[in-house]
Design a binder for this molecule. Structure first.
Ligand code: AMP
Ligand code: MG
Length: 327
């Protein structure tokens, strides 16, 4: 099961290319964690290996809290037990579920953390992926309302029904990126690349220079190394969601992993990929998924609600057109 996922995530791992990196002077660590290949690059120093090890310990800790694909994570415990009695949450899980509910409201439900039951029906990216029967989707869709996730001031959660299941797959990598960014900053790192599949954070300026990073956005309609546009960025995150990332064919039809919570089926609109540029990677991740559901026109309306986050978006259309939102 893990191997299957590994292969599909390698595709997004290469989505960003970092030009002109002097790799001999870098300390680099990669591992498969939080459901993707994670790579962190920082300048070599006496402390560099220790710092990288700390980062990967932190990622494993976060995975043990947030993973929807593990039977023993804190989230799995919530999904299994919180419909019978309220469960006390860790600070991280409480923070991320609360924020997810808020972003769900702000995106008119396009990003939906309560979509877990429908995600599991499809199981896209896993061995038993399949097109669910229409009546299965109709049966479980009512349980995806975020009102079913009840949080209280004691940081407890109660799920209104045993069929309510939380999936944080569309936001957790961004959250992990933010945590690692803070950890690196606390350790005094001035320049770094954090690359978690389609979730990128470039910390500071390009290694050993005062220049911006060149971050390439992959052509979703092309081959893996086909860079469509290059963005000049510093100290920010770029998160991409695309319908090319994970999919399968059945009866000649392609089914991808970004689901429209209104229908329970893969989102259908004019977009092939969405890259959200934002200093806050948690927002960038959730919004890249939400915009992939909403399509171009509705995304522009919803984007206005996030002026505080100072977001820019690269929309790549199925017909190959590219549009950048205004800054
Ligand atoms: P991303 O790659 O960040 O767009 O997240 C996609 C993953 O999030 C999927 O593999 C599902 O686990 C989950 N997901 C799919 N559709 C949605 C949605 N509309 N809202 C929230 N999570 C979703
Ligand atoms: Mg996302």
């Amino acid at each position: 099961m893990k191997n299957r996922l590994k292969t599909s995530f390698i595709l997004t791992f290469i989505f960003c290319t970092f030009l002109s990196c002097n790799t001999e002077k870098l300390a680099i660590k990669s591992d498969f964690v939080i459901g993707t290949i994670c790579t962190i690059k920082i300048p070599k120093s006496k402390k560099a290996d220790k710092i990288l090890n700390l980062c990967f310990e932190e990622l494993k800790r976060l995975e043990s809290i947030l993973s929807a694909n593990s039977n023993i994570s804190e989230l799995a415990k919530v999904n299994n037990k919180a419909s019978t009695k309220p469960i006390k949450l860790s600070d991280e899980l409480f923070e991320l579920i609360s924020l997810s509910k808020k972003i769900s409201e702000q995106t008119d439900g396009a990003f939906n953390p309560a979509i877990g039951r429908i995600v599991k029906l499809w199981n896209i990216g896993f061995e038993n992926e399949r097109v669910p029967k229409k009546d299965e989707i109709e049966k479980f869709l009512p349980f995806t309302k975020t009102e079913n996730l009840l949080l209280n001031s004691q940081k407890e959660i109660f799920l209104q029904n045993g069929n309510v299941q939380i999936d944080l797959g569309a936001i957790a990598k961004g959250y992990a990126c933010d945590k690692i960014y803070s950890l690196l900053k606390d350790q005094g790192v001035k320049s770094a690349v954090i690359d978690f599949g389609g979730n990128i954070f470039v910390l500071g300026k390009k290694f050993f220079t005062k220049q911006n990073w060149n971050v390439g956005v992959r052509n979703p309609n092309g081959k893996v190394n086909d860079v469509l546009i290059t963005l000049e960025l510093a100290d920010t995150s770029v998160v991409t969601s695309g319908i090319y990332e994970r999919f399968f064919f059945e009866g000649g039809i392609r089914y991808h992993h970004i689901l429209d919570p209104k229908t329970g089926y893969p989102a259908q609109n004019d977009l092939a990929s969405v890259s959200v540029i934002c200093k806050n990677s948690t927002y960038a991740d959730a919004l890249a998924t939400a915009f992939s559901v909403l399509g171009y026109k509705k995304s522009l309306e919803v984007l206005k609600r996030f002026s505080e986050q100072k977001i820019q978006v690269v929309f790549i259309f199925k017909d190959g057109n590219v549009k950048l939102s205004k800054k």
